[in-house]
Design a protein around this ligand. Structure first.
Ligand code: NDP
Length: 245
């Protein structure tokens, strides 16, 4: 457990399932105050109730990360009520895999909107406060797909390369008191692949998912980066199933 001085105010996007939920649970269990954000309010409510029941400090906020002004209002409200925001875990994302020649252009737009626009909306919302506080920590949940491309991942990988670049750009431009971490998971248990509509990509995912590691493995990497002393900036962690080539 942490004492009050070490208690951080943490906002996790996409906290209603998978990696975001596991991260929110882990950071709350470590004594931080966690704000869980996503669109599915009922899911958030159940998780927050569970956390509070076990004596942890958590609250839920309904948020679509593609809505820039909603993101801004949420962050401003957190600052007003709690005095600060120490950590943003930018985790919300979608992975609608398909080959380019399937031409699922609406799904391409969706990935760009959530994975890229959703990320820079978050950066825009927190950066003024991080600068005022002269402290802050952005953790971006990117992907192995930020480092490699496989058939069906062209657009998804493009959005994750972009997420990597945005996070690295923030690091280079920021006051040293602002820390920046990219976490790049390999195949992890979550609801991510359930939304794939392309039959070819869905079939390919079945083999991939046989090796999936639990979302708690990614939450552990987030926790490691968050818990470092203020002068230690963990810039990237890649975590993949040992069996994933
Ligand atoms: P899940 O589908 O379980 O979680 C995705 C989360 O993102 C949900 O909580 C969902 O909540 C939220 N989300 C989606 N769209 C929006 C939106 N517009 N606004 C706010 N929240 C949104 O999958 P994962 O836990 O796996 O995904 C989390 C992150 O991890 C993603 O960025 C993904 O790309 C990345 N990742 C996952 C890997 C894996 O194998 N699982 C591997 C590499 C990276 P809601 O629908 O309630 O809004």
């Amino acid at each position: 457990t942490t004492n009050n001085e070490e208690q951080k105010v943490v906002l996790v996007t996409g906290a209603s399932s998978g990696i975001g939920e596991a991260t929110a649970r882990r950071l709350a269990a470590e004594g931080h105050h966690v704000i869980l954000a996503a669109r599915r309010t009922d899911r958030l409510e159940a998780i927050v109730e569970d956390l509070k029941h076990t004596g942890h400090s958590a609250e839920r906020r309904t948020l679509d990360v593609t809505d820039r002004s909603a993101f801004q209002s949420l962050v401003n409200d957190v600052i007003q009520r709690r005095g600060r925001l120490d950590v943003l875990v930018a985790n919300a994302g979608v992975m609608l895999l398909s080959r380019l020649d399937a031409l699922l252009a609406d799904e391409w737009d969706r990935m760009l909107d959530v994975n890229v626009r959703g990320l820079y909306n978050g950066i825009a919302a927190v950066l003024p406060h991080f600068r005022n506080q002269r402290a802050g920590h952005l953790l971006t949940i990117a992907s192995i797909g930020a480092h490699e491309v496989v058939a069906t991942s062209a657009i998804y990988s493009a959005t994750k390369f972009a997420a990597w670049a945005l996070t690295e750009g923030l690091r280079q431009e920021s006051d040293p008191a602002i820390r920046v971490t990219t976490i790049s998971p390999g195949v992890t248990e979550s609801e991510l692949a359930d939304h794939i509509t392309d039959p070819y990509a869905a079939k390919a995912m079945v083999d991939y998912r046989a090796n999936a590691i639990p979302a708690s493995a990614i939450a552990a990497a987030v926790s490691f980066a968050v818990s470092q002393p203020a002068d230690v900036d963990v810039n990237e962690i890649i975590v993949r199933p040992a069996a994933q080539r």
